[in-house]
Ligand binder design. Structure first.
Ligand SMILES: Nc1ncnc2c1ncn2[C@@H]1O[C@H](COP(=O)(O)OP(=O)(O)OP(=O)(O)O)[C@@H](O)[C@H]1O
Ligand SMILES: [Mg+2]
Length: 208
């Protein structure tokens, strides 16, 4: 059976989309961003399309496309809709599926339904994308605790940024979560640079 991975982050803007593009591309999988909040900038699905090398039909349409770049619960309210968890069922695809959340694990879809609640409902392993920069120890360990509190399976942690070996080491030692690798800061982001960086810094076998 093909794997499904849920990609969350320690924060917004940590590099979830770039990592998800790299992983989905390496697996020749499918990418799904269920809720896109903020349609002024380039959407995450478009970024993944640009960076993954995946065929267009491997980029699945969002369940919700919300105008305002803010928490989905608020973006939905501004657009006059309410996010319905029954609309967030995982799509059925013939291959690996990579799902990217918005922001981090406790970001609300609704005041009574957080990302972590949805992760628990999906019942698929979660990959945490974490910065290597200052603040990452606290953010990573908090994210791990929040997921474990709900019984969510954590596949591993993927770091993004320049090397800060001690931060990575202490997160792994304290939590026992597997380190999957580190995507370095890439001066130029293209399909080629992302693919090469993933191949050099991650083991595909960890995701199959
Ligand atoms: N490895 C990298 N090298 C260089 N730039 C990167 C890298 N990873 C991410 N970025 C840049 O950092 C910014 C945030 O990355 P990204 O969009 O992947 O974050 P995100 O966690 O998906 O954010 P969101 O919460 O909005 O979905 C983007 O401008 C992206 O191009
Ligand atoms: Mg993103």
């Amino acid at each position: 059976m093909s794997p499904t991975f849920i990609v969350t982050g320690t924060d917004t803007d940590v590099g979830k989309t770039v990592f998800a593009a790299a992983l989905a591309g390496a697996l020749n999988g499918y990418y799904w961003k269920p809720v896109q909040a903020g349609l002024v900038d380039i959407s995450d699905a478009q970024s993944v399309s640009d960076l993954s090398g995946l065929h267009a039909d491997h980029i699945l349409p969002e369940a919700y496309r919300l105008t305002t770049p803010c928490s989905p619960h608020r973006a939905a309210a501004i657009d006059g809709v309410e996010i319905d968890p029954t609309q967030l069922a995982l799509p059925v695809v013939l291959g690996p599926l990579i799902v990217e959340g918005a922001g981090g694990a406790l970001v609300p879809f609704r005041s009574d339904w957080l990302h972590a609640d949805q992760f628990a409902a999906w019942n698929k392993p979660v990959i945490i994308v974490a910065r290597t920069a200052l603040g990452t120890i606290n953010h990573s360990l908090l994210t791990i605790e929040a997921l474990r509190f709900r019984g969510i399976s954590i596949h591993g942690i993927a770091f993004v940024g320049d090397v800060h070996q001690d931060s990575e080491d202490i997160i792994v030692r304290v939590s026992g979560v597997r380190r999957l690798g580190r995507l370095p800061h890439l001066p130029v982001l293209t399909g080629e640079t992302v693919k090469a960086a993933f191949a050099a810094n991650f083991e595909l076998a960890d995701f199959t």
